[in-house]
Every structure is written in structure tokens, then in C-alpha cells.
Design a protein around this ligand. Structure first.
Ligand SMILES: Cc1cc2nc3c(=O)[nH]c(=O)nc-3n(C[C@H](O)[C@H](O)[C@H](O)COP(=O)(O)O)c2cc1C
Length: 153
């Protein structure tokens, strides 16, 4: 229903990076502090507020989600659709010629406490953006074959 739950904080400043620092896993620390931009891909648990505009052909759609913002159905929609948007974000950054460093290696609760204290937005993953040093970044990793990843039914 065109919910568009993803919300993005582009962390660019030194102060912003210092707010991120305590949440980062050791392997992700230096590259995140060095990256020109670290995007926090989050989702808004009250995404449904935009439905009257975003999904105009069903004006009552908002009622499906109103009430308990933390109920499982709402959280699942926000997480699933926000993750898809996050993946498109990576593809879009790539299309612009940027290197992308998506990361799960961080403490979500610490990022949420530092950046989203009211609890309405929840962090999903981080994504560094910039131009990597080719001598230091990985080349493209192997992908599974069709047979490994798919079944025909
Ligand atoms: C959601 C997500 C989380 C990831 N977490 C980390 C991470 O915490 N640290 C890291 O160095 N790489 C992380 N990666 C990068 C993956 O290891 C990498 O994208 C994957 O191996 C495919 O790499 P390639 O597209 O460069 O071949 C993450 C990627 C994704 C999509």
C-alpha cells in the first residue's frame, strides 16, 4: 500500500559520527568514522500517517494500522518495506557511482537511543557512502548459483 516506511539520517558531521561511535562494532569503526557520509536506514512505526496522501485510492487504509504502533503486523510492514527501500537506496547510490558499505555490525539500541529517543523511528542498518580506496576494498564476492538459491515448483 505504498507505505514508504523508510527514513534516512545522513550522518555527515564530526558530532554525528561521534554519536555513532559507541554503537559501532570494532570491524566497522574506522571505515565508518572515515566515510564522508554514513546513512542510518531506519523506519517509521507511524508510517501509516502518510497513507491518506500516499495511497489515495483507499482513504480508510490508515485505519488498518492505527492503534498500537508496536503491534507485530505494523512492525513487520515497517521492517519489510523499509528494508526493500534500503536495498533500493544501495542500488541508487551505486547508480550514482558511489561505493556503498552497508552494515549490520552495530548496536541498534544504542543508535536508537542516540538518534531516535522518542522511539518513533527505529534503526535497521547503516550504510557508508563514498569512494573506497581500491587497494583496500573487497572485490565483488561470489554469488550463489541459481540451483543453490532457487527451487522450481
Ligand atoms: C544488510 C547488510 C549488512 C552488512 N553488514 C556488514 C557489516 O557489518 N560489516 C561489513 O564490513 N560488511 C557488511 N555488509 C557487507 C556485506 O558483507 C557485502 O555487502 C556482501 O558480502 C556482498 O558484497 P559485494 O556486493 O561487495 O560483493 C553488509 C551488507 C548488507 C547488505
Amino acid at each position: 500500500m505504498n507505505t514508504q516506511p523508510a527514513r534516512i539520517v545522513f550522518v555527515r558531521s564530526k558530532e554525528g559520527k561521534e554519536k555513532l561511535r559507541p554503537a559501532l562494532s570494532p570491524g566497522n569503526l574506522d571505515k565508518t568514522i572515515a566515510a564522508p557520509v554514513t546513512a542510518i536506514i531506519a523506519h517509521d512505526l507511524m508510517f501509516y500517517e502518510n497513507l491518506p496522501t500516499a495511497f489515495p485510492h483507499r482513504p480508510d487504509a490508515i485505519k488498518l494500522f492505527q492503534g498500537d504502533d508496536k503491534k507485530a503486523g505494523n512492525v513487520t510492514v515497517a521492517f519489510r518495506n523499509g528494508s526493500l527501500q534500503g536495498a533500493y537506496f544501495i542500488v541508487a547510490a551505486r547508480a550514482l557511482g558511489l561505493d556503498r558499505g552497508p552494515m549490520s555490525g552495530f548496536d541498534n539500541a544504542k543508535v536508537d537511543a542516540a538518534f531516535f529517543p522518542d522511539g518513533r523511528w527505529i534503526s535497521n542498518f547503516l550504510c557508508n557512502l563514498g569512494k573506497g580506496d581500491p587497494s583496500k576494498i573487497f572485490t565483488r564476492s561470489p554469488r550463489l548459483t541459481f540451483e543453490e538459491a532457487c527451487r522450481l515448483a
